[in-house]
Write a protein that binds this ligand. Structure first.
Ligand code: FCB
Length: 471
């Protein structure tokens, strides 16, 4: 509501608004808001994102729990045993969300906690999440609930993971528990976070559970199982929401990790070829399958597939984009990596490229991908479900944040229906195989005391959220 009012003001060019006396983690936040040169649409959702395993701690029944303790799997031997201990710091987290003035919080619930053993729902975990959703409601923050963010229950893995024939049904049943018992009023749902990253790491690169290195064509059955599970969850969520006494309009989607591939050498045809192929395979193959109902893969000499999946066609209400950086496809590096033997570790150059601390800020990439999405999925609302930068000193984040929001604003002006923006992340957290090194938080975390401190960019974010725009 507050956002809409500010947006209206700015639309009509009303005079300078002065906010004073607002508290920012105990510090008075007083600033003069100049007329907005870049207002966002009314009802634009200002959001930050996290994931359960990265912040909660104690995820003992998940496939990552034992795996991350094996030396060499995570940088510096870090584990998510405690993480930011968010399981025990609900009020701290809600307070930070309030300070940021978000309208929406994207977080995940942990399947391994809700259903630690097959078919057995843990009432305490359910109650915990229900309480959290209730606290969000009191703070007037909408939940955007991710049902699966990389981690899976151990029992589900043991049965074969997404390839297990019972996977779609099991995922649907878990989804129903979350919706019915935890968040019946939630309007935004993300079924699966970054399916391509999840599959690539687990089954191709083999650097996360279940740590398999397969040929691309043998990853397809896992993709198919995952897509079937998504479709079942999508329909179950809608069925439930639409058949209540007071039907609820919900939006369900996936969070797709999109990368902007560009030839490293502009005029090198092989670099261009890889940029095109990666774009098709990495960015669009999976989202397109939700549009067409068929998983179609065509990678010259590697993989060809055309598989119809029942219930998949049209199983999205919004298109979620996680965008971080650009990839410059260098054919020489790619060929070297493709032909290295399975036991040789990736080259230092390749490793450096994928280290979050080295991801460059390239907002034009987001702009191009947004335009492509709007073109490929006409009329579909778009949500930036993640975007952020690892920057402990907060030197680059302010510019990164502003530039990416400006990029979004440009495409909105050209008619792309971008509905909201989630910054990754609320606070520093466990960054998967990179451990606690990369600091993505708007809030800095002291991991000894679990105290949090806003970085400068947190103030900036909250200012944009309050104004519903950029000045
Ligand atoms: C994304 C993940 C998220 C976080 C960011 C930095 O790929 O979805 O959990 O690790 O990268």
């Amino acid at each position: 509501m507050r956002n809409s009012v500010f947006a209206l003001f700015s639309l009509f060019g009303l005079p300078v608004l002065v906010f004073s006396g607002m508290s920012f983690m105990g510090h008075p936040l007083a600033f003069a808001a100049p007329a907005l040169t870049h207002p966002f649409p009314l009802n634009f959702e200002w959001c930050v994102a996290t994931a359960a395993h990265q912040i909660e701690g104690g995820n003992t029944r998940s496939d990552w729990w034992d795996w991350e303790k094996i030396p060499g799997n995570i940088k510096h031997g870090d584990t998510a045993a405690v993480a930011t201990d968010s399981w025990h710091h609900m009020d701290r987290d809600i307070e930070m969300l309030r300070e940021l003035h978000v309208t929406t919080y994207r977080f995940s619930v942990e399947w391994a906690k809700i259903e630690p053993l097959r078919g057995q729902i843990d009432p305490e975990a359910v109650l915990h999440y229900r309480l959290f959703v209730e606290k969000l409601r009191q703070a007037k923050i909408q939940p955007m609930i991710t049902l699966q963010h990389f981690t899976l229950p151990q029992w589900f893995r043991a049965l074969g993971g997404w390839e297990w024939e019972g996977a779609p049904e099991a995922f649907e049943a878990y989804t129903q528990v979350v919706q019915r018992q935890i968040a019946p009023d939630a309007r935004y749902w993300v079924t699966i976070n970054e399916p391509m990253v999840h599959l690539l790491g687990g089954y191709f690169l083999g650097n996360v559970p279940p740590q398999e290195k397969r040929k691309l064509k043998h990853v397809i059955p896992v993709m198919v199982g995952l897509l079937k599970a998504h479709a079942r969850a999508y329909h179950a969520l809608h069925h439930e929401a639409e058949n209540r006494t007071h039907p609820l309009q919900i939006q369900v989607g996936m969070a797709n990790h999109l990368r902007y591939f560009q030839a490293a050498k502009r005029f090198n045809p092989l670099d261009q070829f890889f940029a095109r192929e990666f774009d098709l395979l990495w960015n669009w193959a999976l989202p397109d399958s939700l549009r067409t109902g068929k998983l179609t893969l065509n990678v010259p000499a590697l993989v060809h597939a055309d598989i119809a999946i029942s219930g998949l066609q049209g199983s999205y209400d919004f298109f979620g984009i996680n965008y971080y950086t650009r990839d410059r496809t260098s054919s020489s590096l790619i060929l070297k990596e493709l032909f290295r033997s399975a036991n040789t570790p990736p080259s230092a150059e390749a490793q450096a490229l994928y280290s979050p601390e080295n991801w460059e800020s390239h907002p034009e990439g987001l702009e191009k991908l947004l335009l492509k999405t709007a073109h490929r999925f006409p009329g579909t609302p778009i949500f930036i479900t993640e975007n952020g930068i690892a920057d402990a000193k907060d030197l680059k984040r302010p510019g990164y944040l502003r530039d990416h929001l400006l990029a979004i604003q440009r495409v909105v002006q050209n008619g792309a229906p971008v509905q909201g923006y989630c910054h990754w992340s609320l606070l520093d957290n466990f960054e998967w195989i990179h451990g606690y090194g990369p600091k993505f938080g708007l809030f800095e975390v002291n991991f000894n005391t679990q105290m949090t401190t806003p970085r400068m960019s947190a103030r900036q974010f909250s200012k944009y959220a309050i104004q519903n725009g950029i000045d």
